[in-house]
Design a protein around this ligand. Structure first.
Ligand code: AMP
Length: 214
């Protein structure tokens, strides 16, 4: 099954995407994670993307389409995928359709949260530097402060979760990414899920939206 998760920063794409991908037995492809790793590793992609990621701007479509085309042709993506953070512009969505060809998307799930909630959620977000698991120090605390429950890695905050950069990312979301809601609605692929409620209920909504019994 081929699924895209849409939603503003902090809407829960990473947390629920992981669980959904495991349930579907397909890889989670999170372009933000790929870029952050490339930056840490100092690869040519990382060097190209670093300034944009740090400032909360979008990395150019051409760079992102090259990255996603390479990732989607890897053997593990042949049986499907969950995309988190891609596409983020209509041009990326059109490019994705070209890359997929006859292998069409099955569902696009939009995680809907009121914008007032986003800043508060991101301020309290911590993630594992080793496996990428996501925590919230208020609502989804790790068992031991600063340590990942899953792999024991150290937890850290994302540099782009600072208030100023978050505001920039929300502005970019409104301008560049929100038009995708209409784009996928017209294609008959979109399902909305209320992502402002508790995590378990959100996941049940997502599972239903893709036709899984949660
Ligand atoms: P995320 O982890 O999805 O919030 O992404 C973090 C940052 O990576 C974004 O603020 C962008 O700078 C960059 N990024 C991730 N995915 C994309 C994309 N599809 N297009 C452009 N930039 C992206």
């Amino acid at each position: 099954m081929r699924v895209v998760l849409l939603g503003a920063p902090g809407s829960g794409k990473g947390t629920h995407g992981r669980r959904l991908a495991d349930a579907l037995g397909v890889p989670l492809i999170a372009t933000g994670d790929i870029l952050r790793q490339a930056i840490v590793d100092g690869t040519p992609l990382g060097k190209k993307a670093e300034a944009d990621v740090k400032a909360g701007r979008l990395v150019p479509d051409g760079t992102m389409l090259g990255l996603i085309e390479e990732r989607l042709t890897a053997p593990d993506a042949a049986k499907g995928f969950v995309l988190d953070g891609f596409p983020r512009t209509v041009a990326q969505a059109e490019g994705l359709a070209r890359i997929l060809g006859t292998a069409k998307l099955d569902r696009v799930v939009d995680l809907v949260v009121p914008f007032e909630m986003i800043e508060a959620r991101l301020k309290d977000r911590w993630l594992c530097g080793r496996c990428g698991a996501i925590y919230n120090v208020v609502s989804a605390r790790p068992k031991q402060a600063g340590v990942c429950d899953r792999c024991g890695g150290a937890l850290k905050q994302r540099a782009d979760d600072q208030a100023d950069t978050v505001r920039k990312r929300i502005e970019v979301y409104h301008r560049d990414t929100e038009p995708l809601v209409e784009y996928y609605e017209r294609a008959g692929l979109l399902r909305d899920v209320d992502a402002a409620t508790d995590a378990e209920r959100v996941y049940v909504g997502i599972a239903r939206a893709v036709g899984l019994a949660a």
